[in-house]
Design a protein around this ligand. Sequence first.
Ligand code: NDP
Length: 323
Amino acid sequence: MRAVQVEQTGGPEVIKLVELDDPVPAEGELLVEVAAAGVNYIDTYLRSGLYPRPTPFVLGLEGAGTVRALGPGATGFAVGDRVAWSEAQGSYATLAVVPAARAVHIPDAVTDEQAVGALLQGMTAHFLVTSTYPVARGESVLVHAAAGGVGLLLTQLATARGAHVIGTVSTPEKAALAKDAGAAEVIQYTQVADLAAEVRALTDGQGVSVVYDGVGRTTFDASLASLRPRGMLVLFGAASGPVPPVDPQRLNAGGSLYLTRPTLFHYVASRKELEYHSGEVFAAVANGTLNVRIGQRYPLRDARRAHEDLQGRRTTGKLILLP
Ligand code: NDP
């Protein structure tokens, strides 16, 4: 099979297309022919070594495709089924082995590309607005990088729950996409001197109930300063780099604030939770209430360029690799 491998962690230049033996599904695993693999920011953390793991490894956690074989004891799926997954390391490849316990069926009304566009980032957006901080009608919410993969989905889901979404983006083109996704207000955060002051001006001086911050280092301080008393900062990523250590006293000074650093994998740890979040997301895609924007498609051999574009802030929506 063809696969995108990292032999030593580092910049995008360490990404190599290689030929490997076809994998054999072990106990409880499915062998899947990959139709589309999802490119996610976490792939860049694993590639760079920010999230350490043993090398060499094949990149990619997410994909969609067709089951070609079942390992011993794998249940719930049959050869020929269309499935999607977001936790199988080795998905940037023509073939992947996926634990059956972590695979989900793709409904007929959802294409393979939509499934990849919606699963990891859509379940993330969904748990953030339903579980981490359940957004209520009329609340003001700040969504950073609102034209990104998670950002566009989060903006749509928060808006659908009746929130007043303030999005941040770096360019006018991205601002237009965030507005289309439902953002009531969009701030070009690269152009303003005091982001928190802008957010307060848009909320009658009150601040927002929750900030969804996947940008990290460059936005953290403004995120904290944008909250109303007892508001919650949901730090869910580090696209601009990790946040330095924080003094808890800052939460007191800011108004008895909450800070959490959630990860999808803890919110879909059980089969029931995985089926709940994926089911809600796929249903919304199928009935047209959640729009998946595939921002860019790349052949497998261009995985390096996909990482460069994602980290270079040149992308919108979801990036997928087509084996
Ligand atoms: P995006 O498509 O959102 O891409 C990242 C965006 O971040 C860029 O497009 C850019 O938008 C913005 N950004 C701001 N500063 C920088 C910078 N210095 N370098 C690069 N980008 C920057 O990526 P994803 O949707 O894949 O992921 C978004 C975030 O969500 C990531 O931090 C990721 O780790 C996190 N995440 C967390 C999960 C969890 O379970 N906790 C699950 C999934 C994603 P702009 O140009 O508008 O500033």
